[in-house]
Design a binder for this molecule. Structure first.
Ligand code: GTP
Length: 597
């Protein structure tokens, strides 16, 4: 296929607006797959994706489409839900919007992502078969928000297959062919990778220049590692092996790579010994949201470890470190790119490995700048990143604290405006702007601390808006802030795993809430327990849990001896699960309850 007849595109959409359905119709229309009778979506492979309605793993397809007598190569590049770096391989996108739901938060975020990448945008309204669909209203929203000419907007039903040819025609007519050079040295963009048990790490690449043959040696630019190309293939979407890949094509390089850490999304692949200018778009990924994960039953430790390791093979963005908690045992601290990433990973863990786990409440990475001392001068670096309260430095040594921020976009029917504003202010949000997108919907943007949205924010937003408000965010970097470490003491002894890093303005609320919650869930003991929350050594909240006498066997005394033995044995087993803190036995459940929220 000559370069002029190649088109590279992605479909971007808010959750549930029909991306997978449209992708399937496109595959059917181009003859890549047989028309499906059921709902099984080819591009969305994993169960978790179907259930949660998000596309996680990029899964792309090279399609042949005959238009006006000529064959075109249409490369449909699927973008994973949390990162859209695959966009750098595209010249345009289909911006798919539900004609009933209208523009939602992810639509806005997606639009700007594509717009910022200088991509051509083909606006498409889906689900026009629905009784309540109002394509004209939604087209108007697109005009108000993005200056899109309503005449350019296509109207389709992916479900019924109406308008699919028009979509493909628009892809061919409105998008330019890719800027590729077949005669220069081989250069390809790595935009997805996954692990195959027999073949190792597979790299999905977009060939920008030149060509690559089986047997060639390649270098991954940013890791500077060399490999021999063992196999090459094209996904149609089923895998077809080829001898070479040429500029303009999308294909899989299999080169005996063993660790997914060597396949950095956005890296440039070139022939060994023929260096090239790397493609732009490479950003080392940095986990932003952290959570501890522990097996419910410590005897499951090995199983959980292998489950986590297997999943991580397919996801080079997740970071893993060992974490030990006296109360929860051996576990791991996992780092994720964002909330969606965390949810997807832990859901997969549950579904694919059936592993029961305790997941602690998510936290974020903070940054502190230490005061200048001999040590910091010697180390040459006074900045440190903190993901775990245990490593929080003494406040006297700190010059400045920083926390990660996001720009959050919320779209809501205007009747919930007040409630949404209240929620965002409560979460320390600062409103950036607000605009009407039609006569009943408002779009608002807030600067919000990431730490405030990692727990509960999405759920609260849905609750206060009866499910109608949508939310999306993008990270905007660190800003100066005021942080403290809150510690929890039981009868004067600090319980490390209950400490947390909180914003200075939240000391009172969070302190009170924590001690009250602990009072509620710690079982009464033989001794009275003082529950204290402290900041910088000062008590900020306190509750007392009264003593309680409990003698399980007493009421059975003189009764059946075997029954009594059994009861005592049970109690002994129960005690094993307890952690002793200051002579107080705390059941694991207490920690689980507190750490989860
Ligand atoms: P995720 O991949 O889950 O983010 O969502 P998606 O955007 O891929 O949506 P998906 O294709 O899974 O469709 C979401 C729901 O909308 C499904 O129940 C589809 O059957 C339905 N749907 C998709 N297209 C149409 C359409 O044209 N008309 C109607 N009535 N329903 C549709």
């Amino acid at each position: 296929i000559p370069i002029e007849r190649i088109r590279n595109f992605s479909i971007i959409a808010h959750v549930d607006h029909g991306k997978s359905t449209l992708a399937d119709r496109v595959l059917e229309t181009t003859g890549a797959i047989k028309p499906s009778s059921g709902n099984a979506q080819v591009l969305d492979k994993l169960q978790v994706e179907r259930e949660r309605g998000i596309t996680v793993k990029a899964q792309s397809a090279s399609l042949l489409y005959n238009y006006n007598g000529s064959d075109y190569l249409l490369n449909l590049i699927d973008t994973p839900g949390h990162v859209s770096r695959s966009l750098s391989a595209c010249q345009g996108v289909i911006l798919l919007v539900d004609a009933n739901d209208g523009v939602q938060a992810q639509t806005v975020a997606n639009f700007y992502l594509a717009f910022g990448n200088d991509l051509i945008i083909i606006p498409v309204l889906n689900k026009i078969d629905l009784k309540n669909a109002d394509p004209d209203r939604v087209a108007k929203q697109l005009e108000t928000l993005f200056d899109i000419d309503p005449k350019e907007v296509l109207k389709i039903s992916a479900k019924l297959g109406t308008g699919i040819h028009e979509v493909l025609e628009a892809v061919i007519k409105r998008l330019p062919p890719p800027h590729v050079e077949r005669d220069s040295s081989f250069k390809a963009l790595l935009f997805d990778s996954w692990y195959d048990r027999y073949r190792g790490v597979q790299s999905l690449v977009y060939v920008q220049n030149g060509q690559i043959n089986v047997g060639d040696n390649v270098t991954y630019y940013h890791t500077n590692k060399n490999y021999e190309v063992k196999m090459l293939s094209i996904l149609k979407p089923e895998e077809v092996f080829v001898k070479k890949l040429v500029a303009g094509q999308i294909g899989v390089i299999c080169c005996n790579m063993r660790s997914s850490k060597e396949a950095h999304i956005g890296d440039t692949v070139h022939k060994t010994g023929t260096p090239v200018e790397p493609l732009k778009g490479f950003k080392p990924v940095k986990p932003m949201v952290f959570a501890g994960i522990y097996p419910v039953d410590q005897s499951q430790h090995v199983n959980l470890r292998s489950a986590i390791e297997k999943l991580a093979l397919n996801d080079s963005a997740v970071s893993i470190s060992i974490d030990t908690s006296p109360a929860l045992g051996q576990g791991w601290r996992l780092g994720f790119l964002g909330l969606l990433h965390l949810e997807v990973f832990t859901q997969r863990l549950q579904q694919e490995y059936d592993a029961e786990t305790i997941l602690t409440a998510p936290s974020v990475t903070y940054k502190v700048k230490l005061k200048e001392t001999k040590q910091t001068l010697k180390a040459g670096n006074s900045e440190m990143y903190i993901t775990n309260p245990i490593h929080f430095p003494d406040h006297l040594t700190v010059e400045e604290y920083y926390e990660p921020m996001v720009l959050g976009t919320i779209i809501t029917p205007d009747r919930y405006l007040g409630a949404v504003l209240t929620l965002c202010l409560e979460k320390r949000g600062v409103q950036r702007n607000a605009s009407n997108i039609d006569n009943e919907r408002v779009m608002m943007q807030f600067d919000l601390p990431l730490s405030e949205i990692v727990i509960d924010f999405h759920d609260s937003l849905k609750t206060i808006s009866s499910g109608y408000a949508s939310f999306d965010y993008e990270p905007t970097g660190f800003v100066s802030t005021y942080l403290v470490k809150m510690e929890v003491y039981l009868n004067g002894v600090a319980v490390d795993e209950l400490s947390s890093i909180i914003h200075g303005s939240r000391i009172d609320t969070i302190g009170r809430r924590t001690v009250l919650k602990l009072k509620e869930i710690i079982p009464r003991q033989l001794v009275q327990i003082a529950i204290q929350a402290k900041v910088n050594g000062k008590v900020i909240a306190r509750e007392t849990l009264k003593a309680y006498r409990k003698d399980v066997a007493a009421k059975l005394y003189g009764g059946d001896i075997t029954r009594r033995m059994k009861l005592l044995a049970q109690q002994a087993a129960g005690k094993k699960k307890m952690k002793m803190v200051a002579n107080i036995s705390l059941p694991r459940e207490t920690f689980i309850d507190v750490l989860k929220k």
